[in-house]
Design a protein around this ligand. Structure first.
Ligand SMILES: NC(=O)c1ccc[n+]([C@@H]2O[C@H](COP(=O)([O-])OP(=O)(O)OC[C@H]3O[C@@H](n4cnc5c(N)ncnc54)[C@H](O)[C@@H]3O)[C@@H](O)[C@H]2O)c1
Length: 330
């Protein structure tokens, strides 16, 4: 019960990562308030909904954020307009992604809370010069989303340096797993590939499929986030949160095809304007050494868990036959 008696605020707590974090915090004894405007979030994601306080509102509303931060010991700031939406509406992206954490920090400064945990993104690295990417490598913001996430980090550092607000910043890389719903048009590639193949459509790959990413299972991300919220060595620091393993999109499609026994090849379509990062794999030595966090779910296990969850939200008749396939593919 690592958070027993702690009042925590999770912004974006009805979303994919936020809901997993909310459930884990409740299991760890925290008294959780979720602030979410349900833009992409869904209350069905939160298993322990009856054990939390849910506020339907926006991180852009300073009065509301201030009231909630005032009664919190720790704030986890995950609310976000995702990369697809933010490319279409960069102003909104700026208001939510940067303005939201700014509001949290301003209020944390006033009320003297224990720590602000900021969910940042590996997108701040752009196309790296060296692999694996270290936290102090060159940053390059190739999208409004990356710019707004980095601006959020910069405000965290500024409030830490200027006003001693305790903060920790976590650069998550391509998170996947339970609650990443394929019905959400902005969900990640793994949920999309599963959904396509389970519906007997070939997966669509943007570009040649040789682009790589560092896929990280959501339970590992949640554990890193909870450790970072309390570890003394986290204060004022930036950490990569990733698997440290590089996987191409072609290989990913092949792994999922094997898991669900899908026979046809992928189809290749044009790159989108957000597909401008060629390779990504992160160095996770800093968080390993400082916070003693290490990922425990490999891609194969994570994909199996994700596949089984996705099958679980399909019809029960389909579910029975398909679960056998996932299990057999072992
Ligand atoms: N999923 C990934 O691969 C990934 C990778 C890197 C970083 N991140 C970061 O992790 C965090 C969570 O991402 P996710 O994948 O769970 O996304 P998500 O879209 O599933 O969750 C975001 C949540 O924020 C809520 N939200 C949006 N605008 C809001 C507003 N104005 N006020 C309050 N709530 C609002 C949404 O309704 C949603 O519940 C984000 O900060 C994101 O930048 C995610």
């Amino acid at each position: 019960m690592r958070f027993k008696g702690k009042h925590v605020l999770v912004t974006g707590g009805a979303g994919f990562i936020g809901s997993n974090l909310t459930d884990a915090l409740v299991r760890e004894g925290a008294r959780v308030t979720v602030l979410d405007d349900l833009f992409t979030g869904n209350l069905d994601n939160i298993s322990c909904l009856s054990d939390i306080e849910f506020i339907n509102g926006s991180v852009t509303d300073f009065e509301l954020v201030d009231r909630l931060v005032m009664k919190s010991d720790i704030v986890f700031n995950l609310a976000v307009r995702n990369i697809i939406v933010s490319t279409v509406s960069p102003r909104l992206d700026f208001q939510v992604n940067t303005g939201g954490v700014f509001n949290v920090l301003q209020s944390a400064k006033k009320h003297g809370i224990e720590r602000v945990v900021y969910a940042s993104s590996a997108s701040v690295y752009g196309n790296p010069r060296y692999l694996p990417i270290n936290e102090d490598d060159r940053l390059s913001t190739l999208s409004p989303y990356a710019a707004s996430k980095l601006a959020g980090e910069n405000y965290c550092t500024a409030f830490h340096e200027s006003y001693d607000v305790p903060v920790v910043m976590l650069r998550y890389s391509n998170v996947y797993g339970i609650n990443q719903n394929p019905n959400n048009p902005y969900c990640g590639v793994i949920s999309k590939f599963f959904d396509n193949m389970l519906n007997k459509y070939p997966p669509s790959i943007h570009g040649d499929g040789e682009q790589t990413r560092d896929f990280t299972y959501v339970d590992d991300v949640v554990e890193a986030t909870m450790i970072a919220a309390q570890h003394p060595k986290g204060d004022g620091e930036i950490f990569n949160v990733a698997s440290g393993i590089e996987t191409s999109i072609n290989d990913l499609a092949a792994y999922i095809a094997k898991l669900v026994d899908y026979p046809l090849p992928a189809v290749y379509v044009d790159k989108r304007d957000i597909d401008n990062i060629r390779r990504r794999v992160l160095n996770i030595e800093k968080i390993r050494r400082s916070l003693r966090w290490t990922p425990t779910t490999n891609l194969r296990t994570g994909l199996k868990k994700t596949g089984e969850w996705l099958l679980g939200i399909r019809s029960s008749k389909t579910r029975e036959t398909r679960i056998v396939n996932v299990a057999q593919a072992g």
